[in-house]
Every structure is written in C-alpha cells, then in structure tokens.
Design a protein around this ligand. Structure first.
Ligand code: HEM
Length: 397
C-alpha cells in the first residue's frame, strides 16, 4: 500500500454529542482512510484497528488469528489463560470441546419452549409497569429483568433463588457499583453457580445446565460455562432492549411503521442489531505474520476489530447511518462471524422480537420522560454500549 498510514491514537474516544447511536468519530474517520489503521492499545502496546466490513469479516474467519486471552498483547504484562469453560477466549480444539455440546442445547424445540416463557416473563414486566404507572426507568422495569429471567430458565435456577440471584447478576453485570461491591457480587455469583452445578449433578431438572452434567465436563468447567452464558447473554440483550427502544423513540417514523406492521418485527430486530452493535469491539492476535490490506500484522500483535464501524461501512450497507427497519440488514456483524459467532443469537432474537413487540403493543403512547440529551449513556470504556437509565412515560388509561 502506498498511502500513508492512518493512526488512531485516542481510544476509547467518546461519542459525539447528539449522536448517541453512532460509533466515535475517530473510528468512522479511520474507516474513511482505509479498512486498517495503526493503533496503540490503551495498555500501551502497539497494534492495529480494523474498521472495514470485509476486512473485519475476513479476520474473523482466519485461523491465523487467535482469541486466546493469554496471547492478547494489549498490556505490558502476560495475561492469564481463560478459566476452564470460558471458551469465548480460547481457540480450537479447546474452544469447540466446550462449544459443541452446547450447540445442540439451543435447539428450535428449546427456543420454542422458551418463547412461551419469554412471552410470560415480558407480560409480567409490562403488567408491573402498568400497575405502577408512569413514569418509569425502562432499564430497571423491562430491559434487565427479561434477559435475567431467561438466563435463570436456561441454567435452571430454582424459583426460590431467583430474586437474590437476580440481585447478584445486576450488581455483577450492571456496572453501577463500587469495585468492592463488584468483587463481592462476582464472588457470590461464582459461589452460587458452583452450588447450582452440584445441585444439578445430584438431581437433574429440565434445563441446559442439568443436561450438561451428563457429559465429560467437570464441575469447574460447568461453572465457567454458566458464567460465560451469563456474561455473554445478559448485558448484551439488556442493552439492545433499552438502547433499541431509545433509538426507536428517536426515529418516530420508523417507530410508527413498526407499531403498525407486526410483520416488520424480525427485520427491525436485525436492523437494530446492525445499527446499534452494542458488542462493539473484540480482539484477535496474529499467530504468524499476516498481510492485511498491504500492511503486515506481525506475529504476536493484537488487532482491535470494530464491529460497530464495520456495520456502518457504506461499501456494505447503503446509507449506513440511517436506521431503516425495512432494509436487508442480514449479514451484519453484531453477532460476530466465524467460530466464535454468538452461540445465543437465536435466543437473543426471540427475546428481542417478543419484548419489543409486546412493549409497543402495550404502550402505544410510550415516549421519553426527559430530553434525549439527558439520557445517560455508558462510557466507551464499557465493553457493551448502552444507556444507564431510560426514563419513559405514557398516557395511563
Ligand atoms: C443481542 C444480544 C447479543 C449480542 C449482541 C451478542 C454478541 C456476541 C458477539 C459479538 C460474540 C462474539 C465475540 C467474538 O467475536 O469474539 C458473542 C459470543 C457469544 N455469545 Fe452472544 N450476544 C448476544 C446474546 C447472547 C445470548 C442471549 C447468549 C446466551 C445465553 C449469548 C452467548 C454467547 C456465547 C456463549 C458466546 C461465545 C461463543 C464462542 O466463543 O464460541 N449471547 N456474542
């Protein structure tokens, strides 16, 4: 490549004022210069950032790039390997040893069974909102409880334990507590999951975790898998529900179209996934020297992949910064691509389809209760993008 190297040196940069749904300007600008830019990781290590759709996709499909935590070259010290069971940060064959037995658990039959439960769970949240009356914080009343209760179904958390388990998850994943409280909630969640695994082994019930006890996976591995399902499935879905509602409320014509046409729901969910890309960046490390767009990514160098910028690439999506619920958004990278492509994507889709539909049907006059500029956004340092609180109101009957 003859062009001079574009350098992105200020990440994580915050989003531009008034553009809460757009990736930071520095990343959009980088993509304008080409799909790959020079970059220094916040921990000080030199690397690259990939922002073009085709290049992100090809790195994700390339076995010369690793997801291993202990190979990640972003800080000045050696990171430990991923704990047993946490296969998001492992390569094959270790990764597929854990993933394979799980794939069959997220079957159409189980999704169908879960759909009914998700409908009930959603209706319960909406009943409570209606009963309490407006205004409310949609994050607390709707976006968080739905994925939390769904993960309880999957792990088979007994009903009696759900309230305290939900509190722990909220503290552990919600990102709104002090470091001490976070460590306490993480430890309590781990301890609870260890007990849960032991209970399922002793007395299996009808859930994914019980089924997994009938395999060669150890208790420690099952605990790691449970933690991964929790970490990967809860915060992502919760933020898609809250930020997605915010985006719809800010795009009244799109919102009206969706309200009027239930057949638009599936496509709307795909477009919201593309447009918002709440799981915004992930890392991969080169196992050997790799040529990317005329640049050499040296063995051992870590590349930041910007899924949200890739999903706004005009070479792939026409008019990418417009939320257009009728577009063909399929092929977006919001669930990644390659061997780590989201295991729970069908489940997440069901949750979002059911929840958005029910919310709009139940509250036809739903609107923000504060000016849009006052809706608190998560900082870019958060792994998953979203809103902290979403105050909404409606005309009570
Ligand atoms: C809208 C919601 C969700 C989004 C945006 C999302 C996004 C993602 C992304 C981008 C990855 C791949 C990361 C990479 O490339 O390294 C991933 C992996 C994963 N997700 Fe999701 N996810 C969502 C919901 C869920 C749910 C509901 C579950 C299950 C309960 C789940 C379980 C997983 C697991 C286990 C992995 C690791 C897969 C592997 O490494 O093979 N996710 N998710």
């Amino acid at each position: 490549m003859n062009e001079s190297l574009h350098i992105v040196d200020e990440l994580p940069a915050e989003r531009a004022a008034g553009c809460p749904f757009d990736p930071p300007a520095e990343l959009l600008d980088a993509r304008e210069h080409g799909p790959i830019s020079g970059y220094t990781h916040p921990g000080g290590r030199p690397g690259w950032v990939v922002t073009g759709y085709e290049m992100v996709r090809s790195v994700l499909a390339d076995p010369r790039f690793s997801s291993r935590k202990d190979l990640m070259n972003v800080v000045d010290f050696q990171l430990p390997p991923a704990p047993p069971g946490e296969f998001l940060l492992m390569d094959d064959p270790e990764h597929s040893r854990y993933r394979k037995p799980l794939v069959g658990k997220f079957t159409v039959r189980r999704m169908r069974m879960l759909t009914e439960r998700i409908e009930q769970i959603t209706a319960g949240c909406l009943d409570a909102m209606e009963e309490a009356g407006p205004p409310t914080d949609l994050v607390t009343a709707f976006a968080k409880p739905i994925p939390t209760m769904v993960i309880c179904e999957i792990l088979g958390v007994p009903y009696g334990d759900r309230a305290s388990f939900q509190e722990q998850i909220d503290a552990f994943m919600g990102g709104e507590v002090s470091d001490e409280e976070l460590i306490a909630a993480y430890t309590a969640t781990q301890e609870y999951l260890a007990e849960l695994v032991a209970a399922k082994r002793a007395e299996p019930t009808d859930d994914v975790l019980s089924e997994l006890t009938d395999s060669d996976l150890t208790d420690e591995e099952l605990k790691g898998i449970s933690l991964l399902l929790l970490a990967a499935g809860f915060d992502t879905t919760a933020n898609m529900l809250s930020l997605g509602t915010f985006a719809l409320l800010q795009n009244p014509r799109q919102l009206a179209a969706l309200r009027d046409d239930p057949a638009l729901t599936d496509g709307a969910v795909e477009e919201l996934l593309r447009y918002l890309s709440v799981a915004k960046t992930f890392h991969r490390t080169a196992l050997e020297d790799v040529e990317l767009g005329g640049r050499t990514v040296k063995a051992g160098t870590t590349v930041l992949l910007s899924y949200n910028t890739a999903n706004r690439d005009p070479d792939r999506f026409t008019d990418p910064h417009t939320l257009d619920l009728r577009r063909q958004a399929a092929g977006h990278l919001a669930f990644s691509h390659g061997i780590h492509q989201c295991l729970g994507q069908q489940l997440a889709r069901v949750e979002m389809r059911v929840a958005f539909r029910a919310l709009l049907d139940r509250f036809p006059t739903l609107r923000l209760a504060v000016p849009a500029a006052d809706v608190g956004l998560r900082p870019e340092t958060a792994d998953i993008f979203g809103v902290k609180r979403l105050p909404v109101t409606w005309d009570a009957k």
